[in-house]
Design a protein around this ligand. Structure first.
Ligand code: HEC
Ligand code: HEC
Length: 372
């Protein structure tokens, strides 16, 4: 027995990047306010994967797909004998060959579906043009995205279990080889990268790291926000003069027409205050509110509010009373809304940056310091 160098540095380094980028992106997926980072890590993962696939065609021995073992018979033998010696595989054994290729395919599908969700629901990135379109109301794309990412996790779990069995049961050195690059072999079989492969490897790693920086630190086409800030005072000065004297401006898209009608009919008894105004102004403001109501908006929150009110018979006139709002904020401690910097559930702008400019963005959620 001797030792041979079989995994070049680039392959091992990319392996670590794949682990890191996937784990971080996956974990961040649960945090609405960190969505931009979730997307950045997911896309950077795509860059690493893309180069890894090319490496499968032009890389050195063992890293090439043509050296993978896709034989179903070998796979069967390998999987059915987890605890006994099977054939020796210098490069990838049949189980990891299949696992890797499935991860590539599912990885790309996860990333594409994620970009679709980001475009359709959030109006961000390269698929933002779909935000106003036919798929607008189809949450199944998000379900597919989640399903794919969980499938990815499932394959990783099998892959890790396999590596553990290899190490602790079969006393193999597959895991160690992914760190050191060396594996025990019958005879010396070191790989050597040619100059072209070395150059490719360098570009692979450099671009993967740079892409993460680029995606996080710049406003690029993959993350660009296509929602634009509104200047409500310029759009309708009476609306701002009359309706933002006691509280913040509520973007009209956050309530349906019906709610605005009911509210504007009874301004004398407006949440315990008298907010009444002359009829002319009232009609003009109501028109503006209706024209920009939830029904006429493509904003994700507008759709959410509408959907959550669909089965309600009584008209809700507080955004903070809509089931959509309640569901989104249910994990926030009640005490938070009593903090002097927040004061009320209705003070949306305390936690949502640029709320009064009509922006409601995951990346613009910022709770006052010390609050959770
Ligand atoms: C005289 C003061 C006053 C004026 C003027 C006023 N409001 Fe209000 N409004 C209130 C108060 C008080 C609340 C309750 C806030 C709270 O729950 O903390 C409220 C709540 C609201 C809410 C519900 C917020 C939530 O909880 O989701 C909306 C929407 C709203 N107002 C819209 C308007 C509009 C539109 C106008 C202009 C036609 C207007 N308000 C003018 C005092 C006023
Ligand atoms: C105390 C802070 C706080 C206040 C006040 C608050 N929110 Fe939020 N809001 C949050 C947090 C935190 C989240 C993210 C929840 C999560 O991660 O699931 C959120 C999420 C949302 C979302 C979904 C994410 C997005 O940006 O599209 C909407 C819509 C929203 N809030 C609307 C409102 C509106 C409208 C008001 C006022 C009536 C309001 N919020 C008041 C903290 C607040």
């Amino acid at each position: 027995m001797t030792k041979s160098y079989i995994w070049p540095l680039a392959t091992r380094f990319a392996h670590v990047l794949l682990i890191l980028f996937f784990s971080i992106s996956y974990l961040l997926g649960d945090f609405e306010d960190l969505l931009n980072l979730h997307v950045a890590f997911g896309l950077a993962l795509g860059v690493v994967l893309f180069f890894r696939v090319l490496w499968g065609f032009i890389g050195p021995e063992h890293s090439r797909f043509s050296d993978f073992n896709f034989s179903l018979n070998d796979l069967k033998e390998y999987m059915l004998n987890p605890f006994s010696k099977t054939k020796e595989y210098i490069g990838h054994n049949p189980a990891s060959s299949w696992a890797i290729v499935s991860m590539f395919i599912i990885g790309f599908l996860t990333i594409i579906s994620g970009l679709l969700v980001y475009g359709i629901q959030e109006n961000h990135g390269i698929f933002a043009y779909l935000h106003n379109g036919f798929f607008r109301d189809m949450e199944f794309i998000e379900d597919i995205h989640e399903l794919l990412s969980n499938l990815f996790v499932a394959i990783i779990a099998v892959h890790i279990a396999g590596s553990m069995i290899d190490k602790f049961v079969k006393k193999g050195d597959a895991i160690d080889s992914m760190i050191s690059g060396y594996k025990k072999t019958e005879k010396k079989a070191d790989i050597r990268l040619n100059i072209f492969q070395k150059l490719f490897a360098f570009i692979w790693i450099a671009l993967s790291l740079f892409s993460l920086y680029y995606l996080i630190a710049t406003n690029n086409i993959f993350v660009t926000n296509h929602n634009v800030k509104q200047d409500y005072a310029a759009l309708h000065s009476d609306f701002v003069d009359e309706c933002a004297s006691c509280h913040i401006i509520y973007p009209p898209y956050l309530l349906p027409k019906k709610s605005w009608e009911v509210m504007m009919k009874d301004l004398e008894n407006h949440f315990g205050d008298d907010a009444s105004i002359d009829d002319m102004t009232n009609i003009s403001i109501l028109k503006f509110l209706e024209k920009n109501s939830a029904e006429n908006s493509t904003h994700q929150a507008a759709l959410g509010v509408l959907k959550s009110l669909k089965d309600k018979n009584d008209t809700i006139i507080a955004i903070s009373k809509t089931p959509y709002w309640v569901e989104l904020h249910k994990d926030i401690d009640k005490k938070v809304f009593k903090d002097e910097r927040v004061k009320s559930v209705a003070n949306c702008a305390a936690c949502h940056i640029d709320f009064e400019k009509g922006m409601l963005e995951n990346s613009l959620i910022k709770m006052p310091k010390g609050l959770k």
